[in-house]
Design a protein around this ligand. Sequence first.
Ligand SMILES: Cc1cc2nc3c(=O)[nH]c(=O)nc-3n(C[C@H](O)[C@H](O)[C@H](O)COP(=O)(O)OP(=O)(O)OC[C@H]3O[C@@H](n4cnc5c(N)ncnc54)[C@H](O)[C@@H]3O)c2cc1C
Length: 324
Amino acid sequence: MPDVLVLVDHDRGTPKKVSLQLLTAARERGGGAVAAALFGEGAASGAEKLGAYGVATAYVWDSPDAAAYATEPQVAALEAALEASAADVLLYPADPFLTDVIARAAVRLEAGVVTDAVDLTLEGDRLVATKAIFGGEMTSRCQVRGDRPQFLGVKANSFAAVESGGAPAEVVALDVTLDDTARRARVVDVVVTPSGGRPEMTEASVIVAGGRGLGDAEGFRLVEQLADALGAAVGASRAATDAGWYPHQHQIGQTGKTVAPQLYIGAGISGAIQHRAGMQTSQTIVAINKDAEAPIFAIADLAIVGDLYKILPPLIEEVAKRRA
Ligand SMILES: Cc1cc2nc3c(=O)[nH]c(=O)nc-3n(C[C@H](O)[C@H](O)[C@H](O)COP(=O)(O)OP(=O)(O)OC[C@H]3O[C@@H](n4cnc5c(N)ncnc54)[C@H](O)[C@@H]3O)c2cc1C
């Protein structure tokens, strides 16, 4: 049974949903000891609570230096956590920034890396990662061979986050020393894109998404109104983001984000394979499209055939009335 270290992404000690999903995967699919690594300010405040997800030991580096310099400090901290935990496998959220950290650490430690896993299975004493390829049309199964550390990147929402009700985690402070090389690139500014008070897509339990069928950028006001009435995040198809109707960070799909909310509502989205690759594991899918043959209806739990401009306004009104 492999011992697994999970690199926990957090916001001042509050773990992101994807990290809780990975801890659950480590516990359920790994079978060995589960440890966590948390870096950055506030890391220590959230570490003990990870025991609820089966974490025996949390290795923390609670330092502003983690975010003050690009990449290198996190690499140093990750190396320290891997050494201290002696884990066989590192699970990390498949996220662009972390991918940079992982790549450097993997070269230094001669680890094997599998990116973008959507499932994990235990075969012998090794975890095998399943990847969805060609927009989800095919899957491939990948295993790190040889006697080397295994770094497995897992996509958000590939697993449900389930508490195990364990004892508080033992918190171990890491001793991370940064040399001048690690301080070469300093972060001078961080610009947070305004979210309009809406939840982040990969964290949201409800998403309302719009596509080319909206006709123009103005059409997204309706999508936003329904999202706000439901307390949901706003998503978009690539056709909509490429047209400049909505920011690219809201794109769902193969080249966008993978989401798996409890409820996904798509309006004016045809359901191309590349879009479905990013949302088809949503628990309940509601699709609004004027074309009864639209491919998205093949995976929809509720298919509403009609003009979204006639369907959305009364729907927004009704939801707002019921939630008032
Ligand atoms: C390599 C590659 C990667 C890609 N990655 C992504 C990705 O990550 N995400 C993604 O979304 N796409 C991606 N695409 C693009 C994808 O193939 C589709 O082109 C795109 O998803 C289509 O977006 P859409 O559904 O909004 O538009 P369309 O396919 O044009 O569909 C619009 C739909 O709106 C309906 N409609 C029109 N008017 C109304 C109305 N008034 N009321 C109700 N329904 C209406 C139409 O019937 C139609 O079904 C990728 C493509 C490639 C080649």
